[in-house]
Design a protein around this ligand. Structure first.
Ligand SMILES: [Zn+2]
Length: 273
């Protein structure tokens, strides 16, 4: 501390006097140290973020629903537990749940709310719902099938609107960790049927997702899915992917699969002798 700094200095002697003549003068900020007063208040016409200021536009009238586009789904289509019964002139869908309850919904609402019936009757859930809570793995498979069809705005196999019917039809094939996947592409079978699906192990499901569903068109038998043949023969779909990537045509792969089937049948015949 240098004592010379304090010589002849009175407290506050270097701080300017406050201006009491106007309110503006009083609110004016000063530097903490003595010196020229500095006005930091922004000018009156200063707008810090003009992009946020908008003229109030015309508000949409509350209570007027947006006009619906023409739905992709048609009467008779099944989305999850709901069946499309009819389409109203306003393009809304009248759907009926497995429990019998009918509702008016938009197509988007229907496609986004796939699941088993959750309606209650006198406080009781339906048998469909109870069944889904007892067979969780099976329900997951059913839900996945319904959701992948909903994404494509396609109907599921009509009897499988009922999750219980689905579990009676294919429930036996479920093994731990297995998935219920499509093995026949939509171009070969435009409408879903039990034959389009198969239970496969998780690695096989990954192979199918990677390879896709290549088909071959035969003169007599029509379009055939190579993946379906491989799954039936218990051959890894990765073989198909490898052969196709190596430049083999689907016809060559099909002949290879037929050869594998013949060998398998021969082996089984020998074992049974
Ligand atoms: Zn219901």
């Amino acid at each position: 501390m240098n004592e010379n700094n304090f010589k002849g200095v009175q407290p506050h002697s270097k701080i300017p006097k406050k201006d009491f003549s106007s309110l503006e003068g009083l609110t004016r900020r000063r530097k903490s140290k003595a010196g020229e007063a500095r006005n930091v208040n922004p000018p009156k016409d200063f707008d810090p973020c003009p992009q946020l200021r908008r003229e109030p536009g015309e508000l949409t009238q509350p209570g007027t629903p947006e006009p619906q586009k023409k739905p992709h789904l048609k009467p008779g289509d099944i989305v999850g537990a709901n069946k499309v019964m009819s389409v109203t002139p306003e393009n809304l869908l009248i759907v009926q749940c497995t429990c019998g309850k009918a509702q008016e919904v938009t197509e988007a609402e229907l496609l986004l709310s796939v699941g088993v019936c959750r309606h209650t009757n006198y406080g009781r859930y339906s048998e469909e719902f109870k069944h889904s809570t007892l067979h969780k793995d099976l329900y997951k498979a059913w839900l996945q099938m319904c959701e992948s069809n909903a994404v494509l705005m396609r109907s599921i196999y009509p009897p499988w609107q009922s999750f219980r019917q689905f579990s009676f039809d294919v429930g036996e094939g479920l093994r731990k960790g297995w998935r219920f996947v499509r093995v026949v592409p939509a171009i070969a079978s435009p409408e879903d049927s039990p034959g389009c699906f198969a239970w496969v192990s998780a690695p096989q499901a990954r192979n199918i997702a990677r390879v896709g569903l290549p088909i071959i068109r035969l003169k007599k038998l029509g379009a055939k899915s190579l993946v379906k043949i491989a799954v039936e023969l218990n051959i890894s779909v990765s073989h198909i992917g490898r052969k196709l990537a190596a430049g083999d045509t689907p016809e060559l792969v099909y002949l290879w699969l037929v050869e594998q089937r013949r060998k398998k049948e021969q082996k089984e015949a020998l074992q049974n002798k």
